[in-house]
Design a protein around this ligand. Structure first.
Ligand code: PMP
Length: 351
């Protein structure tokens, strides 16, 4: 081995869901929104001035920060934006999880948390979900270097009531607590109002799911100005121009169109509830999802077999070859027609 190789920052990378590009595929594997972004996004793209691309974008992402702050009734100083919530979360790990004490997160959760922790040499301790795959607030009481969990959790889709989040906050006054709300718009109550009372709380959301902009990469964190200030210091020390000009204008359009947001969100919720009934009828069981996916296991057919059979049919769902969850499929909610096609296939496959 060459000497330089001894000093490589070795990491086991996160494995994103497949992005196949096949005609007629039904893509239910990465929790994208099946509906296009708000009409204003298309109009903004049509108006784009290619000449302006010779200029750097606004490093403060001012217009987008302002639009997000206005939407939630916050001050601009309470909003941080990044290249998807992955970027925002990575910045949070880098900025706040430096105590040398273990950061707490669930054993079954967003599988990027342990990757960032390993990459940044942050110690961590995973807290097993209970038998119903629920987060237990009391597991997060002990001394730690920070706490992070999604609500609803991923890949379970199960929502934690705000009272339990507050319980975790009450027991963690001295560390930064991060609630990753990537899926909160599909039926959950946001922890955002709690930032008034907990100056150590960061609420992270994304434009990738409920605002149909996964391809544009926009995420944000909300919290008290002091937290946001420290995040910005680290961001400017790493890469000051994060969001590009196109993302900034599209993001503003997406957050302003309240009516379109509400319409598509409700359609996804209705399709999810319909899909739950059908999956139950076919012998699946699952925790009650409040997200845009369902994490389901079948009473007799192994998940891996189903996953492969679905893939052959060009229906893509997500399968995790991981202890405790290797008999589950994570099925994103597509359009009503896509979910009907899925159910028709499952009816045949399970007959
Ligand atoms: N948090 C959770 C729980 C997720 O499932 C995802 C989507 N993979 C993200 C954050 C990141 O989403 P994005 O970077 O697209 O905002």
């Amino acid at each position: 081995m060459k000497n330089w190789e001894t000093y490589v920052r070795r990491v086991t990378p996160y494995v994103p869901g497949e992005q196949p590009n096949q005609p007629d595929m039904i893509k239910l594997n990465t929790n994208e929104n099946p509906y296009p972004p708000a009409p204003g996004v298309r109009r903004a793209l049509e108006r784009l001035d290619a000449d302006a691309l010779r200029l750097y974008p606004d490093p403060a992402c001012g217009a987008l920060v302002e639009a997000i702050a206005e939407h939630y009734g916050l001050d601009d100083s309470q909003v941080f934006v990044g290249v998807g919530s992955d970027d925002v979360l990575a910045m949070i790990f880098l900025t706040f999880f430096n105590a040398g004490k273990p950061v707490f997160f669930p054993d079954i959760t967003y599988s990027f948390y342990d990757v960032w922790a390993d990459m940044l040499r942050i110690p961590y301790e995973v807290k097993p979900l209970d038998g119903q795959l629920l987060i237990r607030a009391e597991d997060y009481y002990g001394e730690n270097g920070g706490v992070v969990f999604p609500n609803p959790n991923a890949p379970t889709g199960i929502l934690m009531p705000l009272s339990e989040i507050e319980d975790i906050l009450e027991h963690n006054r001295d560390v930064v607590v991060v609630v990753d709300e990537a899926y909160i718009d599909f039926g959950g109550e946001s922890a955002l109002p709690l930032i008034e009372r907990y100056d150590n709380l960061l609420v992270v959301q994304t434009f990738s799911k409920s605002r149909s902009l996964a391809g544009m990469r926009i995420g944000y964190a909300m919290g008290q100005p002091k937290l946001i200030g420290y995040l910005n210091d680290v961001k400017y020390s790493f890469n000051s121009y994060t969001l590009n000009r196109t993302a900034l204008v599209c993001g503003v359009e997406a957050i302003r169109d309240e009516a379109y947001f509400e319409e598509t969100r409700q359609k996804i919720i209705a399709t999810r509830e319909w899909t739950k009934g059908e999956l139950r009828r076919l012998g699946f069981s699952f925790g009650d999802s409040a997200s845009n996916f369902i994490f389901a296991t079948h009473e007799s057919m192994p998940a891996k077999e189903l996953f492969l059979a679905l893939k052959k049919e060009r229906i893509y769902v997500r399968y995790f070859e991981k202890e405790r969850i290797d008999n589950y499929l994570r099925i994103s909610i597509g359009t009503q027609e896509e979910m009907e096609a899925l159910i028709r296939f499952l009816e045949r496959a399970l007959a």
